[in-house]
Each structure stands twice: as structure tokens, then as C-alpha cells.
Design a protein around this ligand. Structure first.
Ligand SMILES: [Ca+2]
Ligand SMILES: [Ca+2]
Ligand SMILES: [Ca+2]
Ligand SMILES: [Ca+2]
Length: 312
């Protein structure tokens, strides 16, 4: 009897282990697919005059998941040079000459479209929806005006004087926003019709059972070609250590164009009825995440911003 009982329990234990191994493999596979997707997405962000440091933006939370914003130029719309800011208000004048007149003065290309307005060095930018594009005088308007262009502050890094955009570029762009909601879902918002509003159809659930989503930004602050990482508040990564702030340690006053890499991390969970107790995991500077009867698997990917090669 004793031998039999021991045999049965060891068989049970083996099958429990197999089930857990299988669950871990499935969850790891899901996490890997998501991370591979984010690494290639962020490496391909930007384009045209949108610099990498403008095209991938992270909104860091110290208590919850982060938000990742990816801005991409539209390949089918030409970028246009800004030649003036008539009236010092919400109107920009674009280049017109024999070759580009029909492109840069094209109402259909710029009216009611989300545009990225970029300073000549690419280090300051505004994202705004133009409500009017005038074919005859080649001007685009960013309402409501009243002294300046109205931009989406959450995406923009505006110059002190909007005249500094003159000499820069206007680029048609799409904006994707990724975040995790309170139901452990990874959400993607994409304003496909460019009206500045996210409709229900423009919000999709990309993955479920996502227990955390974290983004860290790597800067080569001292220009030595290395992004120093010791998982602290005094390295060259922002968002990799609990309590990280940009103005702690060596990232204080770091220029925006020293952004070189991202870390994108995700904790994916899978139901595991054989699991005993509560599993707890933490990722980068995120909070501890706990779940019962669940396998929690953290995965991190690193993306080198490929478009930098164009600008260095
Ligand atoms: Ca974070
Ligand atoms: Ca919309
Ligand atoms: Ca460095
Ligand atoms: Ca750090």
C-alpha cells in the first residue's frame, strides 16, 4: 500500500510539473512574441524628419504600468519645409516652388491631418491636427490659434518661441499609444482617421493577462558610446530602477538627442490551477505584481534606435 501511494503521488507530482512547464512555455512564448513586436516597432519608428528621440516616447509611472507612444511618418505623404510663420500665430507657411508646389500645397495631404512640426535640428517638435490647408498660399493652420499653434502637449516638446520652427519640417504622422488597463489588457490606440479623437474602433485589445508593461529609456549622457547600466538611479537608464527620476544621477539635464535605446518589459500571466500560493514579480521600476493560481513571467527586450544612423 505504501509503495503504491508513493508511486501515485510521484506520478501526480510529475504530471503537475509537466503541466506547469507547459504553462510556462506557453506564457513565455506569448511574452516573446509581444516583445519581438515592440522591439521591431520601436526600431522602425520615426522616419522622414522625425528623429528617433521624438518618435518613441515613454510616459513613466512610478506606481503603475507605463505608456509607450510610437510616432511614424506616413510614407505616402511628402515632408515639407516650413518657410514662415505669418502673423506669429497658428499658421505656418510651407515651401512652394515649381517642383514641390503641388505636393506641399496639397490641401488633401495636410488638411485635418495629424502633423509633426519639427525645428531645423529635430530636437523640438509639436504634434497637432491642422484644420485648414490653403492650396493657393501654401499655408496650414493649427487651431485654435490665439497666439500660437495648439499642440498635443503629451507628445510635444515645444521650443520657447514657435518662430523657431521656421526652417524646419512638417511631416504627416501616425501616433500609436500603448498602455495596460486595469483589467490586465494591453491596449493599442491609433487615431486612424486623424481627427485627434480615439473612437472605440480605434482602440484594440492587443493582449490579455498582461500584469505589467514597462518602458525604460537609455541615454548616452556622457557620449562614451556605452549606455551604462547598473540598475540604479545613477546610471544612464531612466525607468530601470525603483525611484528613478531623470534628474537624479547622471541623467540630469541630459540632451534629448542622446536617447539611444529602449528597454520594453512585460509580465504575462497564465492560469495554472496547480500553482501553490501567490507568485510575485517585478519589472524595471514597476511595482510588484502578484497573482494566485497564475504563472507570472517577466520578459525584457532591448531596442537600439536604428534610425539614429541617419542622424549621427
Ligand atoms: Ca516605469
Ligand atoms: Ca479618430
Ligand atoms: Ca555613456
Ligand atoms: Ca536608472
Amino acid at each position: 500500500m505504501i509503495v503504491t501511494t508513493a508511486s501515485i503521488s510521484s506520478v501526480l507530482s510529475v504530471s503537475r510539473t509537466l503541466a506547469q512547464t507547459r504553462e510556462v512555455a506557453i506564457v513565455d512564448d506569448q511574452a516573446k512574441h509581444l516583445i519581438d513586436f515592440f522591439v521591431s516597432s520601436t526600431q522602425g519608428a520615426g522616419g522622414k524628419g522625425i528623429r528617433p528621440w521624438a518618435s518613441v516616447q515613454a510616459v513613466n509611472s512610478t506606481t503603475d504600468s507605463d505608456t509607450l507612444i510610437i510616432i511614424r511618418s506616413k510614407p505616402e505623404v511628402d515632408e515639407c519645409a516650413i518657410v514662415g510663420r505669418p502673423g506669429a500665430g497658428s499658421v505656418l507657411e510651407l515651401a512652394k516652388d515649381a517642383a514641390t508646389h503641388t505636393v506641399c500645397c496639397n490641401t488633401a495631404a495636410f488638411e485635418n491631418k495629424k502633423l509633426t512640426i519639427i525645428t531645423p535640428d529635430g530636437n523640438e517638435w509639436g504634434v497637432a491636427v491642422s484644420n485648414n490647408s490653403n492650396t493657393s498660399n501654401c499655408r496650414v493652420t493649427f487651431p485654435p490659434g490665439g497666439g500660437g499653434m495648439a499642440v498635443d502637449d503629451s507628445l510635444s516638446r515645444m521650443p520657447g518661441n514657435q518662430d523657431n520652427f521656421v526652417g524646419g519640417l512638417v511631416v504627416a504622422a501616425t501616433v500609436e499609444r500603448w498602455y495596460r488597463d486595469s483589467d490586465n489588457r494591453l491596449i493599442r490606440e491609433l487615431d486612424t482617421n486623424d481627427d485627434g479623437v480615439i473612437a472605440a474602433s480605434e482602440r484594440i485589445v492587443a493582449a490579455e493577462e498582461v500584469f505589467d508593461f514597462q518602458v525604460a529609456q537609455g541615454y548616452d549622457a556622457d557620449g562614451d558610446g556605452i549606455i551604462f547600466d547598473d540598475n540604479s538611479n545613477d546610471d544612464e537608464w531612466f525607468g530601470n530602477a525603483v525611484g528613478d527620476t531623470k534628474d537624479s544621477g547622471r541623467l540630469e539635464d541630459v540632451p534629448v538627442d542622446t536617447l539611444r535605446m529602449l528597454q520594453i518589459g512585460i509580465i504575462v500571466g497564465g492560469v495554472d490551477n496547480d500553482a501553490v500560493g501567490t507568485s510575485t514579480r517585478r519589472l524595471l521600476d514597476g511595482p510588484s505584481r502578484s497573482a494566485t493560481k497564475t504563472v507570472l513571467r517577466p520578459t525584457i527586450g532591448r531596442a537600439f534606435l536604428r534610425n539614429l544612423l541617419t542622424f549621427l
